[in-house]
Design a protein around this ligand. Structure first.
Ligand code: TRP
Length: 337
């Protein structure tokens, strides 16, 4: 059987360069060889956007455009929406018995994200979203999960849940591996974690002028005042973008910066050009798909059918393993104690 991949995104807004180097780029490669499933996690959107549900449909469409524009293909891969596969909610229920509250409270990404939402109290659904994510993943029984490094704790919890289920009820699930992108974490332009709503990200659908303005605002080596001052690329955010998007010139730039032979303005101009050249074909593809909404409609319709079929099979195995298939009851047989 072909190796299987599952990964996905929360539809919280347009996707950015961090998503690209962390996970999207891997997906494009993986879909050539493997059976890939890509989920739009709309339940997970609710954890911290509960009062914005009128935006969900728009955001889902944006994520689909992001996927299509970087080259994910509904002909090669299966696109689907979490809340449209009821088996995921069912699996979440079973899994919720296999994880302790204390374990969820220790998940570093849950803690970090909760802090950044500014919410006063954590809902049961927020605390439990890694359990729901484990169900997103394991519902198709994949062996690989390409994610950014912030999602590693969730893949780890998924692996624990898979092992706990198998240990309790018998082998149903593979224990999937996380796959990390070539750049573990691309920082935001201000050096903090790149975020959708933190104002420090370059989005895949940014116009050339926006990219330019954002790069111009980026924080470089704060110790550099004059062009001829010796720079420290290791602490410069812009240099990290050169490493990610301008590999061929990066070592030259590094040397020039260290010797004070290239200033921040010139260095920023170079990366602006590179990033815009990288984004140009993505913008073109986005415009193409934006003008053809029926492609998106078909991708989701067909993807949901395919995901649902796989999910039914998994749930049947799960219910059988858990003695929740109630065969005798349904056959009308006498049931012994
Ligand atoms: N938590 C992921 C994110 O931060 C989104 C996601 C939801 C996901 N379900 C998933 C990722 C399953 C990988 C596999 O964007």
């Amino acid at each position: 059987m072909k190796n299987r991949v599952l990964t996905g995104d929360r539809p919280t807004g347009p996707m950015h360069l961090g998503h690209y180097v962390g996970s999207l780029e891997n997906r494009v490669k993986l879909q050539r060889e493997y059976d890939c499933f890509f989920i739009i996690a709309d339940y997970q959107f609710l954890t911290d956007h509960l009062k914005e549900t009128e935006r969900t449909e728009y955001y889902i469409n944006q994520v689909l455009l992001d996927w299509l524009s970087v080259g994910l293909s509904p002909e090669k891969s299966t696109f689907f929406i979490q809340s449209m596969i009821p088996e995921i909610a069912e699996l979440t229920m079973y899994f919720s018995m296999l994880v302790t509250v204390a374990r969820l409270q220790r998940n570093p990404t849950v803690k970090e994200e909760f802090k950044s939402t500014g919410l006063r109290a954590m809902s049961y659904g927020f605390l439990g979203y890694p359990v729901s994510q484990a169900a997103d993943i394991l519902i198709v029984r994949p062996n690989m999960v390409p994610v950014g490094d912030d999602n590693l704790p969730h893949v780890e919890q998924t692996r624990e849940i898979a092992r706990a289920f198998n240990g309790t009820f018998g082998e149903v699930f593979p224990v999937p591996e996380a796959i990390i992108g070539r750049v573990a974490r691309l920082p935001g332009l201000d050096g903090r974690k790149m975020g959708t709503s933190t104002g420090n990200a370059i989005f895949l659908n940014d116009a050339p002028e926006e990219v330019k303005q954002k790069v111009n605002m980026a924080v470089t080596d704060p110790g550099r005042i004059r062009n001829t001052d010796k720079g420290h690329p290791d602490i410069c955010n812009v240099y990290k973008y050169h490493l990610a998007f301008n590999k061929a010139e990066a070592s030259n730039i590094e040397r020039s910066c260290r010797h004070g032979r290239i200033g921040c303005v010139a260095c920023k101009e170079k990366i602006t050009q590179r990033v815009n050249a990288f984004l140009e074909p993505i913008r073109e593809k986005r415009a193409f798909f934006e003008a053809r909404p029926s492609i998106i409609r078909e991708a989701i319709k067909e993807g949901n059918v395919r995901a649902r079929k796989e999910s039914r099979e998994t749930i049947n195995l799960v219910r059988k393993a858990m003695n929740f298939d109630y065969e005798n009851l349904l056959k009308g047989e006498k049931i012994a104690a």
